[in-house]
Design a protein around this ligand. Structure first.
Ligand SMILES: Cc1cc2nc3c(=O)[nH]c(=O)nc-3n(C[C@H](O)[C@H](O)[C@H](O)COP(=O)(O)O)c2cc1C
Length: 282
């Protein structure tokens, strides 16, 4: 999933090929990002129900639309941990996602205490030393098609603008990127793995599960961020935590109460317009 030179959004990962660090470096390209649509738009919430009997369904559709549209990645957390049992409840809700043949691919590992300390130290050390490994699965195409590149740049720009980090502030971007490897200091640090034998369909299933997790967290008033940056160091992660080599490292997830005052949490991204991704053929 890696790409990009040192910047902090997944959309701006460290370059796999250090010789071309600017290739994915958000903000280092000339093309201006397109102006995507706002996330809450016409048609995203249920229309007003014509019958009173539909009112409850309509309200719950609107609640769902609000939940989906208000969720956003959280990259700074308050130190207080969520109550005991929270993570178990969230991953159980996430597991309710559909999957092909109900295979339910993917596992969540809560990495806590000494194990988390070991993991974060190893990751930060590796990152600082410039170490690189082959990832378990590919995420970003090389080269990135221009249309996607523009979205990537826009996402990175949203992040760095919120932080007040300038385009050419390599140190500032590095510092933010490094925070991926500490799970943004969230009280809860999850690692997401998948059976190495499974293919693209299972990653699709797992993606649904992940969205379920992020929505379940948002529904409970928690902030969360998926961390694909962890997929940069799969072997190191397996070694440090003593994981089975037959489990691929997919990503991490940081979870906890959002620090609403942190500038990074003002990052907001937009989505492309309906015309960009939806067609009717007759
Ligand atoms: C699978 C996945 C991996 C991600 N990896 C990272 C990451 O490594 N670092 C990061 O800061 N954000 C990461 N993100 C967050 C995305 O940048 C974010 O979802 C996207 O920009 C849209 O913004 P939003 O989540 O606020 O709607 C990841 C998101 C997903 C779904």
């Amino acid at each position: 999933m890696a790409s990009a030179s040192s910047s902090s959004a997944d959309s701006a990962r460290p370059a796999i090929r250090p010789t071309s660090p600017a290739h994915h470096a958000a903000g280092h390209e000339g093309a201006a990002p397109s102006a995507p649509s706002p996330r809450v738009g016409p048609g995203l919430a249920a229309p007003d129900a014509p019958h009173a009997a539909d009112a409850a369904a309509n309200a719950s559709a609107n609640d769902f639309a609000r939940l989906v549209n208000n969720r956003h990645s959280c990259r700074a957390f308050l130190p207080e941990p969520p109550p005991a049992g929270t993570i178990e409840r969230l991953v159980t809700l996430a597991r309710a996602a559909p999957s092909g043949a109900n295979l339910q691919p993917g596992e969540f590992i809560l990495v806590a205490e000494a194990a988390r300390e070991r993991l974060c130290t190893a990751l930060v050390d590796a990152w600082r030393s410039g170490a690189r490994e082959a990832e378990d699965y590919t995420y970003f195409p090389e080269p990135m098609p221009l249309a996607l590149r523009k979205r990537q740049v826009a996402a990175a720009r949203a992040l760095y603008d919120a932080l007040g980090v300038a385009r050419d502030d390599r140190k500032g971007r590095d510092a933010q990127f490094e925070r991926n490897f500490r799970f943004f200091d969230a009280p809860l640090a999850l690692l997401v793995t998948i059976d190495a034998k499974l293919g693209a369909g299972a990653y699709m299933d797992l993606g649904m599960t992940l969205h379920g997790l992020l929505l379940a967290a948002a529904a409970e008033g928690l902030g969360a961020c998926a961390i694909g940056a962890l997929a940069l160091y799969p072997r190191l992660i397996r070694q440090t935590l003593g994981l089975d080599p037959a489990r691929n490292i997919v990503c991490g997830v940081a979870l906890g109460y959002a620090d609403e005052r942190a500038p990074v949490n003002r990052t907001r991204t937009a989505r492309s317009t309906l015309d960009d991704f939806f067609t009717v053929l007759r």
